[in-house]
Design a binder for this molecule. Structure first.
Ligand SMILES: C[S@@+](CC[C@H](N)C(=O)[O-])C[C@H]1O[C@@H](n2cnc3c(N)ncnc32)[C@H](O)[C@@H]1O
Length: 399
């Protein structure tokens, strides 16, 4: 067995892979090094990788760079736009032209016009963006057909990345955190500090960001598909062997029980995708909330790992990274053992890599960490995988 794995490119490597793979801030994203090693350890070039909780598409980006195919499905449109874009970005010139077209539409609007904005404008938007920036964003929100058009989706992904954050380098007023803050909290925070949104030359800023993103080109395409929607439904509709190949590795990380609300914590980006002008989560899909009901959580895992099984080869390996807290870990282990009874479990309580997924999102509060559950078919375990999965130790988490 070959154990000399190609390392994941570092963030500052001069390559297309490095530039595109990390696109899009997302909570609990995989460290690239982890995806790289798992894919090389359990698949060969030409095999396919499945990720039913795709997030921003780290698994599939690594698969693409390593010459594998794949399939991912993700319920949150922000994460899906990032993933779909990094795997199949539109040509740069088309993206720059579309950007210019949006600026032209924005410039032609009568002063004070904000397409589709409610009247009165919610106070949050008065403070979050300078008026000229907000006019451009409302045009982008109305015009970009990100679901169906690859140029529009690519431009949307690049706008989403820099929609809010540090005022120096993003489109917004200064934000306190990476995730979307609640509107009332944010307005109080800006008022307390007298932080009015300043005018910005966003044409130059955005053109520069696009040029930099494409400076090393794009990754060579692979047969990889990304589906937008609840994986219990999107994967169920696929017909293995007829229209869908079977995958050799399931590499994924489900939401952790009761920890993150991907919907609320991304509400400003969801707004740009056409979502509501507030952080209300009313009416959204039950799988987009907190994952804090124990029965629902178990059902979600059962449903998704069951529909996934139909799409895997008989010798597939299943690698699931999850929260080390007892409920999430125990539930995930039990569900996987019931859906994959013929497989053998190796459990790695000290996850691979130097930083946990929550650390990657800037959370250094010392959560209990993560565990990798690796299921191999026993007759194959000895030939394809080392007896002990030999993950590198994670750096100790600060108490
Ligand atoms: C821990 S994150 C995965 C992060 C991913 N490994 C990455 O590197 O970006 C879990 C993801 O599952 C998604 N999710 C939750 N319920 C889902 C469902 N029913 N169908 C599809 N995706 C779902 C969440 O929106 C979230 O992006």
């Amino acid at each position: 067995m070959n154990t000399m794995y190609e390392p994941a490119p570092k963030a500052n490597t001069a390559s297309a892979a490095s530039s595109w793979m990390r696109l899009g801030p997302w909570y609990a994203m995989f460290p690239l090094e982890f995806a790289y090693e798992m894919i090389q350890r359990y698949t060969d070039p030409g095999d396919g990788v499945l990720d039913p909780f795709m997030g921003r598409g780290t698994t599939l980006a690594a698969a693409q760079a390593l010459g594998r195919g794949g399939l991912g499905s993700e319920i949150n449109p922000v994460a899906w736009v990032y993933a779909a874009t990094k795997l199949h970005p539109a040509p740069k010139q088309a993206v720059l032209q579309r950007l210019q077209a949006l600026f032209n539409i924005s410039a032609a609007l009568p002063a004070g016009t904000l397409p589709d904005a409610p009247d009165p404008l919610p106070e949050f938007f008065e403070w979050a963006f300078h008026h000229d920036v907000l006019r451009f964003l409302t045009v982008a929100r109305r015009e970009l057909d990100w679901r169906a058009n690859v140029v529009d989706r690519t431009l949307m992904a690049l706008l989403l990345v820099d929609l809010h954050g540090n005022a120096e380098v993003s489109l917004s007023n200064q934000m306190r955190q990476t995730k979307s803050m609640g509107p009332d909290y944010a307005v109080a925070w800006w008022k307390e500090r007298g932080l009015r949104p300043q005018p910005k030359d966003i044409q130059t800023m955005l053109r520069g960001k696009i040029e930099r993103r494409y400076r090393y080109g794009v990754m060579p395409p692979q047969p990889i598909r990304t589906l937008l929607g609840d994986s219990t439904q999107t994967l169920k509709q696929l017909r293995p062997r007829v229209t869908t190949p079977r995958y050799r590795l399931l590499l994924t990380s489900p939401p952790y029980f009761g920890l993150v609300n991907y919907n609320r914590d991304q509400w400003i980006r969801r707004w740009l995708l056409g979502g509501p002008w507030s952080n209300s989560t009313r009416g959204s899909h039950k799988h987009e909330r907190d994952f804090a009901n124990a029965d629902d959580y178990r059902q979600l895992l059962t449903d998704i790992f069951t529909v996934s099984r139909r799409l895997l080869t008989d010798d597939a390996t299943i690698v699931v990274r999850t929260d080390a807290r007892p409920f999430t870990l125990q539930t995930t282990r039990e569900v996987l053992q019931s859906v994959y009874p013929e497989w053998t479990l190796q459990e790695c309580a000290q996850p691979f890599g130097v930083r946990t997924q929550t650390h990657l999102f800037g959370d250094n509060t010392g959560k209990p960490g993560e565990t990798d559950l690796i299921f191999t078919r026993s007759r194959l375990a000895s030939s394809r995988a080392p007896a002990a999965a030999a993950p590198r130790r994670a750096a100790p988490v600060a108490p």
